[in-house]
Design a protein around this ligand. Sequence first.
Ligand code: HEC
Length: 140
Amino acid sequence: MKTALTVLTTLLLLVLLTAFSTRAKTHGNAERGRYLVERVGLCSDCHSPRDAKGEFLADKWLQGAPIPFAPTVPMPWAPVAKPLAGLPSLTDEQALTFLTTGVLPGGRRPLPPMPPYRFDEEDARDVIAYLRHPIAPNTK
Ligand code: HEC
């Protein structure tokens, strides 16, 4: 009887542990994602509009912006960075593939100056969790 209880308790613990670790894997950490977006990838440099002084517009944080510079030689180029806030154009799985391989749905790759990031899977999930509900930093 005692042994059966021990076995049952151990099984229950295992099930719970598996459930938690799977959850941690599929649901990114938004706070860490915020760090990766704001301080490592600097996504806002291109995807967030600015005022005439070059300061970010907090109420338009990551909502897409014209690229404020151009290449000096002819080359493929996208003059506008699309909205990132809420990740409107991609599902979680599409965003995961894109952030880890650089490939968009349909095999498309974004034009420069979008950098070809290669986040690892955990970082990509954190970035996605943050981008679904981004919080504007204190710009002033
Ligand atoms: C140097 C400028 C620049 C930076 C920095 C940048 N992007 Fe971009 N991004 C662009 C441009 C320009 C496009 C549009 C490319 C095109 O239209 O082909 C784009 C496109 C994208 C797209 C594709 C949207 C779609 O549906 O086609 C995603 C997603 C994206 N960026 C995410 C990010 C993330 C996440 C970061 C930060 C980790 C980031 N970008 C940093 C310029 C930038």
